[in-house]
Design a protein around this ligand. Structure first.
Ligand SMILES: [Zn+2]
Length: 232
């Protein structure tokens, strides 16, 4: 006996990773408690065969330390706030998959349940590193926004040039960029850890660094509106 209907519909019903990340981003922007967020996301994650315990554990990691909110958003910090939220959602989805794998092994008798505690500690450490990158990007964006107040949205990119300068920072030196269209390498000061680049007055006649790489392009209008309503 064949089951044509099931075979045709089952794969289409499973949410893609991107859909899960966007759903998680929307919920992380608004939910206050882990239980509330888990209730909202459980259907999407169950459809991806991720157990609720794994989802709850991953939410616990990322919601235990919510990102700092700043009172003022200019064009650069607004983009970074959205980017950081998407990255936090991506981390949560990946973390839930890692917890899910361990839970499956424990359930099958192939792993010691104490392994989950070790994994929780490792995920928290990993998320702490992620938070440092979030903070660095936000600091760099805040400097860009204060230069926007001085010079407008078109700014110049300046880098310290010595043996430690990375190739991408060297290439960006004395080019221009738009604060409202983040360059593909990020904002000056946040290209990589210890980036020493800074934003300044636009360089007359210099090329503008390509932008448009900072955010996933396929964020739906509905998701964008919900993120905006949530203040991110
Ligand atoms: Zn740099």
């Amino acid at each position: 006996m064949t089951q044509p209907a099931q075979q045709q519909t089952a794969p289409a019903q499973q949410p893609t990773n991107q859909q899960a990340v966007l759903a998680a981003a929307t919920v992380l922007a608004t939910a206050v408690t882990v239980a509330e967020a888990a209730a909202m996301l459980a259907p999407v994650f169950l459809a991806m065969k991720i157990r609720r315990e794994a989802l709850t554990a991953a939410l616990g990691v990322v919601m235990d330390r919510p990102p700092d909110r700043t009172g003022f958003y200019g064009p650069a910090t607004a983009q970074i706030a959205r980017l950081n939220l998407i990255r936090r959602a991506q981390f949560m989805v990946n973390s839930s998959r890692r917890f899910n794998e361990t839970l499956a092994r424990v359930a099958a008798g192939g792993a010691d349940p104490r392994e989950l505690l070790a994994q929780m500690a490792a995920e928290r450490r990993y998320y702490g590193q992620h938070q440092e990158a979030v903070w660095n990007r936000m600091q760099a964006a805040a400097v860009v926004d204060s230069r926007v107040m001085d010079y407008g949205p078109l700014l110049g990119w300046y880098s310290v040039n010595d043996r430690r300068t990375s190739p991408e920072c060297r290439r960006a030196n004395r080019h221009n960029f738009r604060a409202d269209d983040m360059p593909s390498i990020g904002f000056p000061g946040a290209v990589h850890p210890h980036c020493r680049c800074w934003p300044g007055p636009p360089v007359p006649g210099a090329a503008v660094l390509p932008g448009g790489q900072g955010l996933p392009t396929r964020v739906s209008r509905r998701t964008a509106r919900r993120l905006a309503e949530a203040g991110v």
